[in-house]
Structures are given as structure tokens and as C-alpha cells.
Design a protein around this ligand. Structure first.
Ligand code: DQA
Length: 147
């Protein structure tokens, strides 16, 4: 059976490519999704790719992964630094969780240095730009015994 991975993206990531490209790069979220889909096919993972600007919608998506996804890759964006609800939802999920940030949040403003999500994450990737999504999939494949 091919393991299913949910890649979940938080607020403002729909604007990737236009939004502060000097921080987040020029690649769009659609471009990242296409790269992830090609890689997932190569390494034998099924993908669901999701973005929302709404905290509750992200919680709903994480809950929907329970019993359906083998692992979650999440860029919670600004909710990283504020959301106990997203942490709690992730804590109700049994499989591996990888937290991902395009930018190196630790080199930025102090309010970005704390993540509510990290205490539940099996791995954290930051500062690798769009390539971080590919690294997350490789790591997920390893965690699931696929690579
Ligand atoms: C981000 C970093 C967050 O601090 C920020 O609010 C984002 C994106 C990143 O991918 O670097 O929206 O998660």
C-alpha cells in the first residue's frame, strides 16, 4: 500500500512568489506542489496538498488526516508562533509530523523563534526555501521505511 502524506500550508502561503520574495523566494505554491507530486511519485508516496488562511480549516484538515494519512508535513506559517489549536490537533495524530519553514525563522524577528508546533514535530526544516518540501518528503519516506 502506498503511504499517503498530507502537506498542509498555512496563511499567506498562497501568495508565494509574490510575497516578500527576498525572504520566501520566487517559487509559487503551485510550483512547489508540482515538484512535490513528481518526487512523491518517484519515491512511492501518495500526496494530498492543502493551503488555508484560516486556523479552523487547518485544524479540520489535520483532524481529517487521522486514520487516513501516514504522515503530515506542515508549514503552519504565522500560526506556528500563535496556535495551541494546531499543536493540539497535531497531537491527536499518530504518525510522523515534519514542521517546515521556507525561511530560517531563527535568523528573523524574536517572535518567530518560538514554535508551538515544534514540541510535536519529529523533525523541523527551516531556511532551505522551497527545497525544504523535497527534503521533508525524503525524510518522511525514511521515517515510513520507504527510503
Ligand atoms: C514561515 C515563517 C513564519 O514565521 C511566517 O509567518 C510565514 C512563513 C516560513 O515558511 O518561513 O508565513 O512559516
Amino acid at each position: 500500500m502506498v503511504p499517503r502524506i498530507d502537506i498542509i500550508n498555512g496563511p499567506n502561503l498562497n501568495l508565494l512568489g509574490q510575497r516578500e520574495p527576498e525572504i520566501y523566494g520566487h517559487e509559487t505554491l503551485a510550483g512547489i506542489e508540482a515538484t512535490c507530486r513528481a518526487l512523491a511519485e518517484r519515491i512511492g508516496l501518495e500526496l494530498r496538498f492543502f493551503q488555508s488562511n484560516h486556523e479552523g480549516a487547518l485544524v479540520d484538515r489535520i483532524q481529517a488526516a487521522r486514520g487516513h494519512a501516514a504522515g503530515i508535513v506542515i508549514n503552519p506559517a504565522a500560526y506556528t508562533h500563535t496556535s495551541v489549536a494546531i499543536l493540539d490537533a497535531l497531537s491527536s495524530f499518530d504518525g510522523p509530523v515534519i514542521e517546515l519553514h521556507l525561511s530560517n525563522v531563527h535568523r528573523r524577528e524574536a517572535f518567530r523563534h518560538h514554535s508551538y508546533v515544534s514540541s510535536r514535530a519529529d523533525a523541523v526544516i527551516a531556511g532551505c526555501g522551497a527545497q525544504g518540501y523535497e527534503l521533508a518528503l525524503w525524510r518522511m519516506a525514511r521515517l515510513l521505511g520507504r527510503a
